[in-house]
Ligand binder design. Sequence first.
Ligand SMILES: [Zn+2]
Length: 79
Amino acid sequence: MTATNVHRFTSRKSRPCPMCKKPSTEAFHPFCTKRCADVDLGKWLGGNYAIPAVEPADDFGSEAAKLAENENWQSNDSS
Ligand SMILES: [Zn+2]
């Protein structure tokens, strides 16, 4: 039968929880519990990840302001 094959496949697929190194569960893969999954999510939301998401938008805004300033100068000059 293929029972041994199935067992090998599943045991190879499950990796330890990256948070606490306990065996991960199917429900919260790759974590062991919802708590560990939430801790990892909090790291992404509250950590450095939020900063680079804001910076490009700010840079783009100042770039547009420069362009608007340039147009003002040109129209001033022609009149
Ligand atoms: Zn864990």
